[in-house]
Design a protein around this ligand. Structure first.
Ligand code: AMP
Ligand code: MG
Length: 181
């Protein structure tokens, strides 16, 4: 499971700034055993934008905190080299995270670190529960009767909670995948 946080503002970005990834949350799941096996967090230093007070309020991240992070290029290297991101199937809630990676890799000329085996867990959840509207992560946890662990909009905690939703789908027989994600 992967969940990213990016620089953001109440409306459109201020002139000269653009949405950039500042946190990559990662939870590893053993689908055969039905358990979450690891959680990771990579903080990323933005190059063309700053963390606004609005963004700090939403994500809990400050400019000082992300200043201690790695560059986006280094983060992509870490994902591939240390987390096998280019070989494993992976999942996120919706398509935002995948699209943000695709966009930012293209804009910066950095190699895309993930495999093409991506599952949008929100779609699987919506179908499995026969919902008419696609729920946000917090709403899905409520529907599934699962607790929201940690802080919503923290990438690390979001990935952890999304992993619980995937395991809930797996337990209900709605998750079809061959390997770990
Ligand atoms: P999330 O995974 O829901 O925490 O959202 C991922 C990213 O989407 C955040 O880090 C923000 O960049 C952006 N985002 C989410 N919700 C909002 C919002 N209400 N207003 C502006 N940006 C948002
Ligand atoms: Mg998030």
């Amino acid at each position: 499971m992967v969940d990213v946080e990016a620089t953001c503002w109440e409306g459109t970005p201020p002139p000269g700034q653009t949405n950039e990834i500042i946190e990559i949350g990662l939870t590893v799941v053993d689908l055969a055993e039905g358990v979450r096996t690891a959680r990771h967090r990579i903080l990323v230093r933005p190059q063309r934008s700053r963390v606004s007070p609005f963004c700090t309020e939403l994500t809990g991240l400050t400019q000082a905190e992300v200043d201690t992070g790695v560059t986006f290029a280094q983060a992509c290297k870490i994902l591939a080299a240390e987390h096998n991101a280019n070989r494993l199937p992976w999942t996120s809630w919706g398509d935002y995270d995948r699209n943000q990676f695709t966009r930012q890799c293209k804009a910066t000329g950095v190699a895309y670190p993930f495999s093409h085996d991506h599952t949008n867990a929100k779609l699987v959840f919506t179908e499995a529960h026969g919902l008419r509207k696609r729920p946000g992560m917090a709403q899905a946890l409520e529907i599934a009767g699962l607790p929201l662990e940690g802080r919503h909009h923290s990438g690390e905690d979001d990935a952890w909670n999304i992993a619980a939703l995937v395991l809930h789908l797996r337990d209900g027989g709605a998750w079809v995948s061959a390997g770990p994600s």
